[in-house]
Design a protein around this ligand. Structure first.
Ligand code: NAI
Ligand code: MG
Length: 362
């Protein structure tokens, strides 16, 4: 008997169900090649949750997720639900509660430039020749976005806006472990981002990260101030392997790194809890402008499924196979519209066709 994993499948809205269909086809193909079963339970989320069950994150969906080993999430939102109160809207009403309920404290966002896609980047050809592969690891549940006190105090011109940045030793330790363990499975380098010349949280951050690094002698640790990191990312991205950040620095740097790669439709993400549970989703949204046309790029969703195999199920070989199949299909010239450029040898294909091509290369 092979292994069996339970997967909560939450396609969501817009292009979510279209790209999810391709990721599920890839999981079918993995089941055929490896001794594994993915027991999938579909559930409503976002606008689909509101329309079907009256809430962006229905109880039934939460229970299905709790009974699963991982969540494969599509994307949520769209014009239809934009007039609802903010807390009831698809994104806020579903994503933030999911992070909280499942303690998803580590956000992993790879910024990958595939060698055959360098033309899509905003960077100069000589800077990115051969592509690059950076993994930004962002602390997701602490720091200045969540620490108390926060708010606006006083009245009129006497008002003062207050935010607080706090990090405890255990919070820093657990995210540092995620970074070093991820680096062990890739390029064996961690660059820890801080502002230790100004911020006390950063002084503690650096001390704790140095301590955790001693448990990972095979990984090389470096430190960089966040302002310098913002420059180095555009100057010479290939110097980075794993970038470790607190919440706000990671929010900003992961968007910067992502945009170096060209299309949102290419970028997967993982949000991990303590243990092996995680939620996996594309970095982009529900793309209402192209929803229903069958032309969305499913690669971000497919690579997200690959991350699920890598980080929640320990299936490194199958995850590598998915990454390699995507690279091969791009080398063969297959392009959805978001990454297509007029040129000899490129084949403009739709969502389903590029999904089929990836499976053929697995
Ligand atoms: P978006 O990411 O949906 O779209 C931005 C642009 O990127 C659009 O032109 C879209 O066509 C394109 N794009 C995104 N993913 C693509 C793909 N896989 N293939 C080809 N093109 C792709 O962001 P936008 O327009 O700001 O938001 C649209 C809706 O999505 C909103 O309701 C927003 O709240 C929601 N959203 C949901 C997220 C989530 O579920 N995690 C994240 C971001 C936005
Ligand atoms: Mg952001």
């Amino acid at each position: 008997m092979g292994k069996a994993f339970k997967v909560a499948v939450l396609p969501g809205d817009g292009i979510g169900p279209e790209v999810m269909a391709e990721a599920l086809k890839v999981l079918d193909a993995v089941e055929k090649r490896y001794d594994v079963t993915f027991e999938r339970t579909h559930a409503n989320v976002g606008g689909a949750g509101i329309d079907q069950e009256g809430k962006a994150l229905p109880e039934t969906t939460v229970n299905i997720c709790k009974a699963s080993d991982a969540i494969l999430f599509g994307s949520v939102g769209g014009p239809k639900w934009e007039t609802l109160p903010p807390d009831e809207q698809p994104e806020r009403g579903a994503l933030l509660p999911l992070r909280k309920i499942f303690g998803l404290y580590a956000n992993l966002r790879p910024a990958i430039i595939f060698p055959s896609l360098t033309a899509a980047s905003s960077l100069k050809e000589e800077v990115i020749a051969g592509g690059f592969d950076i993994l930004v690891i962002r602390e997701l549940t602490g720091g200045i976005y969540f620490s108390q006190p926060k708010g606006i105090e006083g009245a009129g011109r006497e008002r003062v806006g207050v935010d607080t940045m706090r990090y405890s030793v255990p919070e820093i330790e657990r995210i540092a472990h995620v970074a070093f363990q991820a680096a062990q499975k890739r390029g064996k380098k961690v660059c820890s981002i801080d502002k230790a010349n100004v911020l006390s949280t950063s002084v503690l951050w650096r001390e704790i990260v140095i301590g955790v690094a001693k448990q990972y002698p095979d990984v090389e640790l470096s430190h960089m101030y966040v302002d310098n990191a913002a420059m180095q990312l555009v100057k010479w991205p290939k110097q980075f392997d794993v970038i470790l950040c607190e919440n706000m620095f990671g929010d900003i740097l992961s968007d910067e790194a992502a945009m170096l790669t060209g299309s949102l439709g290419m970028l997967p993400s993982a949000s991990l809890a303590e243990g092996t549970f995680g939620m996996y989703e594309p970095s982009g949204g529900s793309a209402p402008d192209i929803a229903g046309q069958g032309i969305a790029n499913p690669i971000a969703q497919i690579l997200s499924a690959g991350m699920m195999l890598r980080y929640s199920f320990g299936m490194i070989e199958a995850a590598d196979a998915i990454d390699n199949a995507v690279a091969k299909v791009l080398d063969q010239g297959y392009r959805t519209r978001d990454i297509y450029q007029e040129s000899a040898g490129l084949k403009l294909v739709n969502t389903k066709e590029i999904g089929d091509a990836i499976i053929a290369n697995l």
